[in-house]
Design a protein around this ligand. Sequence first.
Ligand SMILES: [Zn+2]
Length: 254
Amino acid sequence: MSSARRTRLIIVGILLYGLFLVLWAMVLPVRTRSFAAPVLLYHHVSDNPAFSQPTNPAVSPAKFEAELRWLKENGYQSVSLDFLMQPVPFEKKPVILTFDDGYRDNFTEAFPLLQKYGFFATFYLIPKNMDDNAYLTWEQARIMQQAGMRFGSHTVDHADLNQLSDERLRWELSESKRVIDAELGEPVSSFAFPYGYYARDYFPFLAGAGYKTAVTEDRGLATSQDLFRIPRLIVGPKTDVPLLLSMVQKVMAW
Ligand SMILES: [Zn+2]
């Protein structure tokens, strides 16, 4: 082989390898985006200091609005928990917004802001508390549902699952789902563990009751692995959401 021919072959080889790297770099983020998303966990959205407990932090409406504005300006789009189940290519940056307990201010404060910025969230309801003063009414939940908000179960009465017999556990999972499905006229498929407590033993019970996903209070990024143990990023009054998601963004290579 002449040296000119060998040089040409080496150049073609380098070009092909370069092309392979470019294609791989293009495909990789699409695949990564399809399989993972940050899940933010909120409780109250309120200026009332009485609502802010370490376990149920309150974020002020102004802070919540600033976070939604930042998400929008930075190319994020709401997806539901189902997103983790189906690996579809996604052009925008996915974010899953969740609210635990179904407080009244989720309707009066959070819902209008979510609509204003074009996001939706999943609200985990406690049927026994619905229509109570501090909690959503079923009518409010239906209004939110019609505007694209999603719902899930947080047990019938916010039970600590660790303390329950198998029979009672089965009831908490199936009865809460039965009531929410009937009130909203649409089956829910996601569950949030009260206090974030869970055990692997519960997973067959969740599947048996018809749930497809369950969210915890473990810190981390949600992926398609372990759909009954989805970690979340808890947002409180001092949480810097842009900083948190900028860090996530680096991991995700968006
Ligand atoms: Zn809770």
